[in-house]
Each structure stands twice: as C-alpha cells, then as structure tokens.
Design a binder for this molecule. Structure first.
Ligand code: EPZ
Length: 409
C-alpha cells in the first residue's frame, strides 16, 4: 500500500458490517439446520475464511450479492486444520459443534502478533457444562452431552463469552455466565440466536442467563455496523486534520473513542446513525488505558498512538488487555515518531510532523495505524504486508481514495 501525505480526508464514508459481530454469528449459524439468511456480509478476508470452513463441514452455502444463505445439516466435526490456523475466530465453531454433535476435534488456534491468545477460559467453561476435554497432537477433543451450569469467567473474555453462549443455547437446563464480556458484538450474537428461537437474557450486562432449547430454527438477520472500523476512520479524519461524515454507525458504540477525540481537540458531532469528525491543527496529548467494553477498546490503541505521535506534548497509552500489542511502535519510529515503551505502557512525545518511510504491517490494527500515520506524514509511505489490513477493513483502498487519499496498492 503506497500513500502520499500529508492529505486531509474530506467527504463521506459508509461503515461496513462489524467483523467481530459477523464472525461469531456465522459460527452460530451451525446451531440450527434450518435456513438462515444473513445480510450485508462484509467483503473481508476473515469472513471468507470462516465461510470456507463452514462449507468444509458439509453445509450448503448460497452467496448472492452481500447476503448469504445456509441450509441443511452437516456431519463433519473436525474443522480443517489449515483454516483454523489462519484465523483465531475459527475457534468459535467449537461451541456450536459441541452443542449440536456432542463431539468436536479442533486444532489449537494459533497465537498471533499481539499475544499468545490462550483459550483456557473457553475450555474451563465447556468442562463446567459437562464436556470431557482432551488435548492430543495439537488438537482439542471435546465430547459429552451439555448440561446448564454456573460459569464464572476469570476475565470478561469476548471469545469465551461467545463460545459458551453458543454451547449453552442447546444444553439441557439453564446456564449463567458471570463476569461476561459486555461488548456490543455479544448483544448482536444473542439477538441472532434468539431470532432462531434461543432463550438468552442479560447480554450487555455481566450476568447472562441462557435457557437451553431443543432446537433452533430458521432466521433472517442484519448484523450491527463495525465500531472499530468507524473508530479508525474517525481517528484518520482527526489525524489528517480533515473533516468527514461517517454513516451507518451507532454513536453509542464508539463513545470512548469520541470522548478521547474531543479531549484531544477534535470536533465530533453525532446524529442517530451518523458522526461527523473535524480535526484541529493542534492535537492535545491525552492519557489512554485500554479496557474491556465500555472502556477504551484495545482494537483502537494502535490507531490512536499514530494520531498522538504529532500531539503538542506527551501522551501515555497503557495496553491492559493484550500482552504484546505494541508491534506498531517500531514502525512509527521509522516515520519519525518519538515513543518509549515501559512494559505495558507507551510514552508518546509529540513531534511536529512524521516523514514517509517504508514500513511493515504486523497485524490488522497496526496496519490501520500505519495508514493513518501515512496520511499525516510528509512524503511517500509504503506499507508492506498490507493484506493484514484487508482482513478487517472492507474496500479500504476505495474508501480512503474516495475521502481524498493519494493511495495505490
Ligand atoms: C476479540 O478477541 C476480538 N476478536 C479482538 O479483536 C479484540 O481485540 C478482543 O476480543 C478484545 O476486545 C474477535 O471478536 C474476532 P478476548 P478475543 O478473549 O475473543 C485473554 C481485532 O483486531 N484470554 O476478550 O480473542 C487474552 O489472552 C481483534 O479485530 C485468556 O487469558 O479476545 C487476552 O489477553 C484483535 N484466556 C484477553 O483475555 C482465554 O481463554 C482478551 O481476550 C481467552 C482470553
């Protein structure tokens, strides 16, 4: 990805369906054998991989326009290794397969650039629901009839909450998940399962009650827009000193990003499904600590760091969710940023301007941080491994170009 800067972004951008909502919803489609239609599927690589995985399980998939229709039963219970290894979210099929088939064999998901990404909370929850868990040859094998129970999550893990909601939705009896994740994507997943006849209450609070049902039925569903894609374009507008209108966005879902942008001197105005962001010449330094929702999202940390690299003064960012999510710092330093890391805290001393450079995208959100930095920087930036960005940002090149960016792939 080659970007010439500095360019202020101007114009409008439509936010796509949420990657982190659609991935668990696609996994949850395995809970029912009847017809499910899901609309506004984003054209991003992670979704392609999950759909490929569902096809490999033997399910008929019709893809028309941006809608997808699943039908029929399946008998495979071993998702293919090479697909599971490609994206962690494929681990979310474990709950549905265990609930539907009473047995599943799945490879341990890979770690990734931002951390080891353990799955202990998922496995502990499945065991509490009655599954027998064995680890063999890099795979996890889980067997057993699931019965409702009380699960307390040591950490409000998004993936563990999602996997356990899916498993419990077909278990015998009632399950309570305590210290559950509060993310909007959890609410969207439970709305999807309830639209198939599920009986889940309390999503969006830290105690979720799931009454197991015998069968889940057909449905048609529209998932929520992507709050992290929205946050990314909001920061890009402020960082490039531009002025853009985002539509198909839920302002409630990006409250913490809006608050921090206003604190740093940007102008943010909201209406029901639109947000306008106007950057200011002076970027004020801010303190950020990433936290589970509704705290400041870890998925917005790298993008905000790029923005604050040109603030008037020093900012502090503490990454409290993942243990190794500062891979973008090395690359921002190559562009002239002044950042020091102390453990899980980064001190960003603002510089007057960044300079274009050759940099590397190490993961999805680090890649987004680099295109934001490139929009701010003087001269040409080349981002290699930019396919990381395509995993979670639909038509990113077209959307940035439509906003005035001088960008080529
Ligand atoms: C989801 O990942 C998102 N991915 C991530 O977005 C996001 O960063 C993360 O939630 C936190 O918000 C999807 O929704 C597909 P977690 P997930 O389980 O479920 C520890 C992006 O850029 N943990 O809430 O894997 C874990 O190590 C991606 O879109 C355990 O210790 O996140 C981490 O430190 C990146 N044991 C913390 O919890 C477990 O069993 C948060 O992980 C599970 C997690």
């Amino acid at each position: 990805m080659k970007i010439m800067g500095p360019v202020p972004l101007k114009g409008e951008v439509e936010i796509s369906t949420s990657k982190n909502a659609i991935l668990p919803i696609l996994a949850a489609s395995l809970l029912s054998e009847e017809k499910k239609i899901i609309h506004k599927i984003p054209d991003i690589d992670d979704v392609e991989i999950i759909i490929q995985l569902i096809k490999e399980l033997g399910i008929k998939v019709n893809y028309f326009d941006k809608s997808i229709e699943f039908n029929g039963s399946y008998n495979q219970i071993e998702p293919p290794f090479e697909l599971v290894r490609q994206i962690r979210a494929s681990f979310l099929v474990m709950g549905p397969l265990l609930a539907r088939k009473g047995s599943v064999r799945i490879s341990l998901p890979g770690g990734c650039a931002i951390g080891t990404r353990p799955i202990d909370l998922h496995l502990k929850g499945f065991a509490i629901l009655g599954a027998q868990i064995i680890q063999a040859g890099g795979d996890i094998i889980a067997k057993g009839k699931l019965r409702g129970n009380h699960i307390y999550l040591d950490f409000p893990s998004v993936g563990a909450t999602e996997n356990l909601i899916m498993a419990a939705s077909l278990a015998e009896g009632t399950t309570y998940i305590e210290n559950a994740a509060l993310e909007p994507e959890i609410i969207d997943l439970t709305n999807f399962i309830n639209s198939m006849g599920g009986k889940i209450k309390g999503a969006g609070t830290n105690v979720i009650k799931i009454e197991g049902v015998k069968k889940l039925k057909e449905t048609e569903y529209y998932p929520i827009p992507d709050r992290i894609e929205a946050g990314t374009y909001m920061v890009a507008a402020a960082a490039s000193r531009g002025n853009i209108l985002l539509y198909n966005v839920i302002p409630e879902h990006v409250k913490s990003v809006t608050a921090k942008l206003i604190e740093s001197g940007a102008e943010v105005s909201e209406s029901d499904k639109q947000i306008r962001v106007k950057g200011s010449d002076i970027i004020k330094p801010v303190y950020i600590k990433t936290l589970p929702y509704p705290g400041f999202p870890t998925d917005m940390q790298a993008q905000f760091m790029a923005y604050l690299s040109c603030a008037e003064g020093s900012s502090i960012i503490t990454e409290s969710v993942f243990e190794n999510r500062f891979m973008h710092v090395q690359e921002l330093l190559r562009m002239g940023a002044n950042i020091k890391i102390e453990g899980r805290t980064a001190i960003i001393k603002g510089v007057r301007s960044l300079d274009g450079a050759n940099v590397k995208a190490t993961d999805l959100r680090a890649g987004a941080a680099l295109f934001i930095a490139a929009l701010m920087a003087r001269g040409q930036t080349i981002i290699t491994d930019s396919e990381h960005i395509d995993r979670g940002y639909e038509k990113v090149t077209d959307k940035l170009r439509a906003l005035g960016a001088d960008i080529t792939r």
